[in-house]
Design a protein around this ligand. Structure first.
Ligand SMILES: [Zn+2]
Ligand SMILES: [Zn+2]
Length: 338
């Protein structure tokens, strides 16, 4: 199981954004131009309760819209992004029942994901009983810059721990675009597809062949029972998130601590069953730590950590990898159920 950014076509995309057709400040054409000019190959213009019909040769445009649905435990609304669903009129009749809306979307060949769970004050009960949805927005730029409710990792993990393999999506949900606080170009997905078409993108999304990011790029990922390997652009923190207290977090500070206290002039040390080895090759530092219950291999350049190999570590139910760079920007790989 795994992927390499060197094989296949990887497309950068934003699946949640608004135009002047609802409450966005740019026209659909201006939105598409902005994303195209910034290296995106995929966009969904998801106006509120309206399908904005737009196409261009420059980007794959997946038709979609955002709908709000009554009935959360705290009497707020779910906001749901629907992709490849065009029957807005029928969806309007389902806005009192999230289950019916998700079933309809699934049965009509569309994909649904739950927008900004933190911003919507969703409880875990609101999410764990649902079926037929792709995942949740783990990051929403607009919710982050406007009211500091952009991150929804707790909601994501709260569902994953029940054994349901939902994905995490980073999106912009842009309305203001280039008017401060800027809510565009802050969160995106990179999806693997064989063909840059709507069908190719939907297939990649459905199969979870994507990761989400605010900055760090994931170059390789592989998993076989007992061994996780990930390679990425430099970060200051690597998190392996799993059930309850199971998991691991390695920051640059922790790394430096180990290097300072465990390495000797020979670059090796054994201490109470803890073995550590550090060496430098062509400016790249390699660290190997064996704690008995797990083995960890890390690589570090002057810009940060770039590789994680974790062996023998016992993970429960699921794990997912989360990265954070020196500017606090994160990337999230989709979960693996174990
Ligand atoms: Zn919304
Ligand atoms: Zn929105």
């Amino acid at each position: 199981m795994g992927f390499s950014s060197r094989s296949g076509l990887w497309v950068k995309g934003n699946l949640h954004t608004h135009s002047t057709n609802s409450d966005g400040r740019l026209t659909a054409e201006q939105v598409a131009e902005l994303y195209y000019a910034n290296g995106y190959g995929l966009l969904s213009i998801t106006d509120h309760e309206k399908l904005t019909k737009f196409s261009t040769d420059k980007l794959v445009i997946v038709p979609g819209f955002e709908t709000s649905v009554k009935g959360t435990r705290l009497n707020y609304d779910y906001h749901v992004v629907l992709l490849n669903v065009e029957d807005v009129d029928h969806v309007q009749k389902l806005r009192n029942c999230i289950e019916e809306l998700l079933d309809f979307t699934f049965e009509s060949g569309g994909l649904a994901f739950i927008a900004h769970p933190y911003w919507s004050s969703l409880t875990l009960e609101d999410l764990i009983s649902l079926e037929n949805y792709l995942g949740v927005e783990v990051y929403n730029t607009g919710c982050d810059v406007e009211c500091a409710k952009g991150f929804s990792m707790v909601h994501w993990d709260g569902v994953l721990v029940t054994g349901k393999p939902i994905y995490g999506l980073a999106v912009d949900d842009a309305h203001r675009y280039l008017t401060p606080p800027i809510d565009a170009l802050g969160g995106w997905i990179c999806v693997k597809t064989d063909v840059p078409s709507i069908e190719g993108i939907l297939y990649g999304l459905e199969k979870g062949l994507f990761y989400s990011s605010m900055g760090p790029m994931v170059e390789e990922f592989s998993y076989k029972p007992g061994v996780i390997e990930v390679r990425f652009t430099p970060v200051r923190r690597i998190d392996v998130v799993s059930e309850n207290g199971v998991g691991l977090s390695i920051s640059l500070d922790t790394y430096e601590y180990f290097r300072k206290f465990l390495s000797t002039s020979e670059g090796k040390m054994m201490m109470e069953g803890f073995e550590a080895e550090f060496n430098v090759e062509n400016g790249v530092e390699n660290a190997y730590l064996n704690a008995g219950s797990f083995k960890l291999t890390l690589r570090k350049t002057e810009d940060g950590l770039t590789t994680l190999k974790l062996e023998k570590y016992s993970l429960k139910k699921y794990f997912r990898i989360e990265l954070t760079d020196s500017k606090g920007r994160k990337a999230w790989l989709n979960p693996i159920m174990v």
